[in-house]
Design a protein around this ligand. Structure first.
Ligand code: ADP
Length: 466
């Protein structure tokens, strides 16, 4: 087993030694983190809500502890309950997964203050990236290409705002600095509609995000969503690990992801990847992170950075061979990354389908008892899931029940493999979006590659109209 004691001379993170990790999440991501911890010989503690207490996957952890009732505010988002669970179990570190507390700077700080390790970036990096104006400023300073528009908050004076919008050129998008989850944004096509859009978005931002700060940028009409995975340690090691295309979205939620992003010249990818790494160095970033871009007419435009592990990280793991969660844990332990930029190559093609317990036509959640599960297998197939027959899908949480990931030498083969794997996969007892994925994988535009971020919704509308 590898030596996990902190490496000598590691002044950046003296308290990095820990031998147990509390996993502050649920479902497939809790299991994913559990697996990486186990392979590093780390002890694990899983927390659960009352709704999850009978879930089988909890048995994978060394210790499982119930931290509160089903509503996330009283369990998975309850900072003091999680900190208490850390104290009670002696966990020296906490992995937040994605969602819940993963991008919560105050939580990261509180963990720090109790002398434990938050497996993620420092609170100041989370704060900077959580504020879209501060993030844009930091990116511009590092030479990361951004959407045209100022890197400062909108003034109050409508005439000034009008001037800024005219300079950018319509259509523009008004965005809340504190926005997230696709909310707090408004597209404006002509000058007459600008003032109202600003007023409404400001009010919405004040109520939903606690800050009325807005900014404005060019609205791109037919972009693709392309993102870049980064990985940084505390010793100056920082790498980018390939591009993913997540343009297949419904209501800003990713449905199918793939990597590499096809049709993007290698030099362009390398240029922007290196700028992302430079930005990480400038803000003293540590751990895994994702730079999200819109990509249109051969140009990248930064929109936001996610300071955590992402749902679609397996796509990058399959094509790079890098275990991102393992690297994340090693960095938290104060170690150097096991890889350098020159070691990273892209092998073949990977696609991920998010399998949700929901109606494949109306998208209504479909909670309930899973009566049977048949998982696909064979070459190049990976299923990240926490469910099995007898598992009860709760109405309290998001409906993701499995991630089906395939890997093959070429994109065409990956598509054939995904079609085959989707045909093999069966879930009984609840409705799932498996039929939707089977249809998407037959879509000629998807097969051709490079659809824009509006394609899936248009395709769904056309399907509904048939
Ligand atoms: P959030 O944090 O709410 O996810 P983002 O800034 O990542 O917000 O934007 C979410 C989505 O909104 C993007 O994936 C894209 O579809 C759309 N969007 C955001 N900014 C622009 C823009 N400048 N032009 C076109 N679409 C945009």
């Amino acid at each position: 087993m590898m030596d996990l004691s902190p490496i000598k001379g590691d002044t950046a993170d003296q308290k990095a030694a820990f031998d147990s990790v509390l996993i502050a999440n649920r479902g497939e991501i809790a299991l994913r983190v559990q697996r990486a911890c186990r392979e590093l010989g780390l002890r694990t503690v899983m927390v659960c809500s009352e709704a999850d207490r009978d879930a089988d996957y909890l048995a994978a952890a060394d210790t499982a502890i119930c931290i509160g009732p089903a509503p996330p505010g009283q369990s998975y988002l309850n900072k003091s309950a999680i900190l208490l669970a850390m104290k009670l179990t002696g966990a020296g570190a906490v992995h937040p997964g994605y969602g819940f507390l993963s991008e919560n700077a105050a939580f990261s700080e509180a963990v720090d203050q109790m002398g434990a390790v938050f497996i993620g970036p420092r609170a100041d990096a989370i704060r900077t990236m959580g504020d879209k104006i501060a993030a844009k400023k930091a990116m511009m300073a590092a030479g990361v290409p951004c959407v045209p528009g100022p890197d400062s908050a909108l003034p109050d004076d409508p005439a000034e705002i009008g001037k800024i919008a005219a300079e950018i050129g319509y259509p523009v998008i008004v965005k809340a600095a504190g926005g997230g989850g696709g909310r707090g944004m408004r597209v404006v096509h002509d000058p007459d509609a600008l003032s109202d859009a600003v007023l409404v978005t400001r009010e919405e931002a004040r109520r939903a995000f606690g800050t009325p700060e807005l900014y404005i940028e060019k609205f791109l009409e037919h972009p693709r969503h392309i993102e870049i995975q980064v990985l940084c340690d505390n010793h100056g090691g920082a790498v980018w690990v390939g591009l993913r295309d997540c343009s297949m979205q419904r209501r800003h939620q990713k449905v199918v992801e793939e990597g590499p992003a096809i049709g993007i010249p290698a030099e362009a990818a390398t240029f922007v990847g290196n700028r992302c790494v430079e930005a990480c160095r400038q803000i003293g970033y540590r751990g895994v992170g994702t730079f999200e871009f819109l990509y249109e007419n051969g140009e990248f435009y930064f929109i936001e950075m996610n300071t955590r592990l992402q749902v679609e990280h397996p796509v990058t793991e399959m094509t790079s061979g890098v275990d991102l969660v393992r690297q994340q844990l090693l960095v938290a332990l104060g170690h150097r990354l096991e890889i350098e930029q020159d070691d990273i190559a892209c092998d073949g093609h990977s696609i991920e389908c998010r399998i949700n317990a929901e109606d494949p036509y109306t998208f209504a959640p479909s909670p309930g008892l899973i009566t049977g599960v048949r998982l696909p297998g064979g070459p190049g197939v990976r299923v990240d899931t926490h469910v099995a027959a007898g598992y009860r899908v709760s109405a309290h949480y998001d409906s993701l029940i499995a991630k089906l990931i395939v890997h093959a030498p070429t994109r065409e083969q990956a598509i054939m493999r995904m079609r085959r794997a989707l045909d093999e996969m069966q879930i009984g007892g609840v409705s799932t979006n498996l039929p939707l994925h089977r249809e998407i994988l037959q879509d000629p535009a998807f097969a051709a590659g490079g659809p824009d971020i509006h394609h899936l919704e248009k395709w769904l509308a056309a399907r509904g109209a048939q």
